[in-house]
Design a protein around this ligand. Structure first.
Ligand code: ZN
Length: 203
């Protein structure tokens, strides 16, 4: 499986990092070694001193597709959850300044914890979902999927022009505002519509 990440998909987050709002999705990828399931701890890496949390809705691709039309894209995912797109902001900043790729900042081991998947049919409208992140019992991020610049369906259609989507592939759909650093000892709890789906510690 592969993990597709989307950069700057919420206007308020693009602004907080002084980035322009994109006219097309910004895509990066993480390997399967980035995935963390089952609320296992995140071990702080030794190559960064500024790892940030990015709380995101994660969708799971449920059938194979290439050049998917946006109008049919909703048939290609049945489940979603919350996840953290951990980002070594210090490395990413240097890469951006030099115009270099983001992989070492975004795709490192265990940089993609994901929560328990739930059926999208549990919700009347996936384009109106609240989600949030608490660190040590303090709310640090909250968003609503209505704030996405590019919808789930647009992202699926767009990504499938470049990459064949396969069952089990994940798309991290971008973070709302409020990103910030984590440190060993932090306890992260993320919810979707008030239901906790992800709960783990930084070690
Ligand atoms: Zn992200």
């Amino acid at each position: 499986m592969k993990i597709i990440g989307i950069g700057r998909n919420y206007g308020e987050h693009a602004k907080e990092l002084n980035n322009p709002v994109p006219s097309q999705p910004i895509i990066f990828m993480k390997p399967d070694t980035a995935l963390v399931k089952g609320n296992k701890p995140f071990f702080y890496p030794d190559f960064s001193s500024d790892v940030h949390h990015e709380l995101e809705i994660v969708i799971k691709i449920s059938r194979v597709g290439k050049n998917i039309l946006e109008a049919f894209a909703n048939r290609y995912f049945e489940e979603l959850t919350v996840g953290i797109d951990f980002t070594a902001r210090d490395i990413q900043q240097k890469s951006k300044e030099k115009g270099l790729p983001w992989e070492t900042a975004k795709a490192f081991d265990h940089s993609a914890p994901v929560g328990t998947f739930v059926s999208k049919s549990d919700y009347p409208d996936v384009h109106q979902l609240n989600f949030g992140l608490m660190i040590n019992d303090k709310q640090v991020q909250s968003g609503n999927t209505s704030g996405m610049i590019f919808t789930f369906e647009y992202l699926i259609a767009y990504a499938s022009r470049f990459f064949t989507l396969q069952m089990g592939d994940l798309i991290f759909t971008g973070t709302p505002a409020g990103v910030g650093p984590v440190k060993p000892g932090d306890h992260l709890v993320a919810d979707l519509e008030g239901k906790v789906l992800l709960d783990f510690e930084v070690k």
